[in-house]
Design a protein. Structure first.
Length: 104
């Protein structure tokens, strides 16, 4: 998992997102990385996100095991089903992912 964190830190610091703000947060260490090798337990994830927020950190959840849009939909749908904290919205042009979200 450290490899995923290191790669993501490098990606942010190199401004690969195009966001100078994200790059500066990454450089000064104000980002907490929350990596998972499988679908996270929603209670653990919620607790960790609350702890990071209380410390004034931006949290990034890394899910390197997800390889497809459908895989992302499955994980997010599972989080939504387990906790009212998680919400999903389809925005913009209706596409395959938005249609799949609407069916869940």
């Amino acid at each position: 998992m450290n490899e995923a964190i290191d790669h993501f830190k490098w990606w942010l610091q190199m401004r690969a997102t195009g966001c100078i703000f994200a790059a500066s947060l990454a450089k000064v260490g104000w980002i907490a990385y929350e990596p998972y090798s499988d679908t996270p337990q929603v209670d653990d994830l919620n607790t960790n996100l609350d702890l990071y927020g209380a410390r004034g950190l931006t949290a990034i959840v890394l899910l390197p095991f997800i390889r497809t849009e459908a895989g992302l939909v499955d994980v997010l749908s599972g989080l939504r089903a387990a906790s009212q904290r998680w919400k999903l919205r389809a925005r913009g042009q209706l596409n395959v992912l938005a249609a799949e979200l609407a069916q869940r």
